[in-house]
Write a new protein. Structure first.
Length: 423
């Protein structure tokens, strides 16, 4: 059995849904688990609905819900000739669940509320895709992942109970392949022991594919995207990008850590444990090779990879008595950073100062400095870039620092990180 994952772009409209059906037809006779994200930008719209609900803005709530409804109804109208199909009723019922939320008490736990509403984007998309596949003659069945993946009650970041999840999948999911070739299910969501819906956090749909592959000992996972595979740099910033044909699980985790738009480590880790290869391929050109992520590190250093983070702020701390920065200071600084929920992209210390780099949009500079003002002098530089090169050489470094000042540099055998400011 293979696991396929389709993101929002791959099911963004009726043409995209038809393309998924055509793609799956190329695997006729194979057993496929198909994990699907919410259609297009539906998750964003559902987040706006949650915010309008919390703010008690009825007009905005109803406007957003109407836009979400019309978006899905338009897709249905383009896929199905008649409205008597069961899927219309499923969509109406699901949207009605959201509509009723406005007249219900708002729970104190906003993360809980978020999960109960935003998770329905995946439910809507899988209802539509499974109905269309069945209409096109695929032996496909809709499956509710909320009855399969068990998590704790950390809403918006559910932690998987692997033993219970594996038990549920083996008992209720795998037997469905006896009468079906394709099982369609939702990414991004799970359930608690009480039966409440949870979401799995960042890159949750990819993670769902990894969970299902691990628990079923799948042959492989393929993530279908609108790009030919994993590239060595963001084409928005670099010309002549190169596709990475093959990298190791370790390299993918490294690239993700440094900020590359690759597969999240939590998706890779369960696959790495069972040596299940992960493919990143184009749903526009499914015959192309794409990228394979697997155990071997043999090809990791063949192509330099570039990762750019823009709009960075560099903060530097010194003690007010100009004494050395020691463990006690670092412990205090980290404690304050944790309480302020500030995430560092880079850190470095010398005898007299400690520096961190953060995303400017995630921190208010004046408020941030005030947190440390009693104990430290804090200076900062803004409008910076963090450039990372994996498997660098002097030519690639020269390419990046042209017309820039280097404020900070960190270098290891395989990776160089540079904090840069335009001259």
């Amino acid at each position: 059995m293979k696991v396929f994952k389709f993101g929002g772009a791959s099911v963004k409209d009726s043409t995209a849904v038809r393309n998924v059906s055509s793609l799956l037809a190329k695997f006729s006779g194979e057993k496929l688990t198909v994990v699907v994200s919410a259609m297009g930008k539906s998750t964003n719209k559902l987040e706006e609905i949650v915010q309008a609900l919390v703010n008690r803005d009825k007009n905005l709530f109803e406007t957003n819900l109407e836009e979400l409804t019309q978006f899905h109804i338009d897709i249905l109208g383009n896929l199905f000739a008649e409205k008597h199909f069961k899927v219309y009723h499923q969509i109406d019922e699901t949207l009605e669940l959201i509509a009723k939320k406005y007249d219900e008490p708002i729970p104190e736990n906003r993360a809980f509320l978020y999960d109960q509403i935003v998770s329905l984007g995946e439910v809507l998309s899988t209802f539509i895709l499974s109905a269309y596949l069945q209409e096109e003659g695929h032996k496909a069945k809709w499956v509710d992942v909320r009855k399969l993946i068990r998590t704790n009650s950390t809403y918006q970041e559910g932690k998987v109970d692997w033993n219970k999840t594996e038990e549920l999948i083996n008992q209720t999911f795998l037997p469905l392949f006896d009468n079906n070739d394709i099982l369609i299910t939702q990414g991004f969501i799970g359930h608690t022991t009480e039966g409440f819906t949870t979401t799995l956090g960042r890159e949750g749909s990819d993670y769902t594919a990894g969970i299902l592959a691990y628990c079923t000992n799948a042959e492989s996972v393929t993530i279908w995207k609108d790009v030919p595979g994993m590239l060595n740099a963001d084409p928005k910033y670099f010309n002549n990008t190169v596709k990475l044909d093959s990298i190791s699980f370790k390299e993918a985790i490294e690239l993700s850590y440094y900020g590359a738009s690759v597969i999240h480590p939590k998706t890779i880790q369960p696959l790495q444990k069972k040596n299940i290869p992960l493919y990143v391929k184009s749903f526009l050109n499914p015959e192309d090779e794409g990228t394979i992520i697997q155990q071997s590190t043999e090809k990791d250093n063949l192509t330099p990879s570039f990762i750019i983070k823009k709009d960075q702020v560099l903060f530097s701390f010194t003690t007010k008595d100009f004494s050395f920065i020691v463990e006690e200071n670092l412990s205090d600084i980290f404690d304050k950073l944790t309480k302020a929920k500030v995430t560092m992209n880079l850190m470095q210390n010398s005898a007299l100062d400690f520096s961190i780099l953060v995303d400017s949009k995630k921190v208010n500079v004046n408020e941030f400095i005030s947190i440390f003002a009693d104990d430290y002098h804090v200076k900062y530089n803004s409008a910076l870039q963090l450039a990372t090169i994996r498997h660098y050489n002097e030519a690639t470094i020269a390419q990046l620092i042209e017309k820039k000042d280097v404020l900070l540099e960190q270098r290891t055998r395989h990776t160089i990180r540079l904090v840069l400011k335009d001259k």
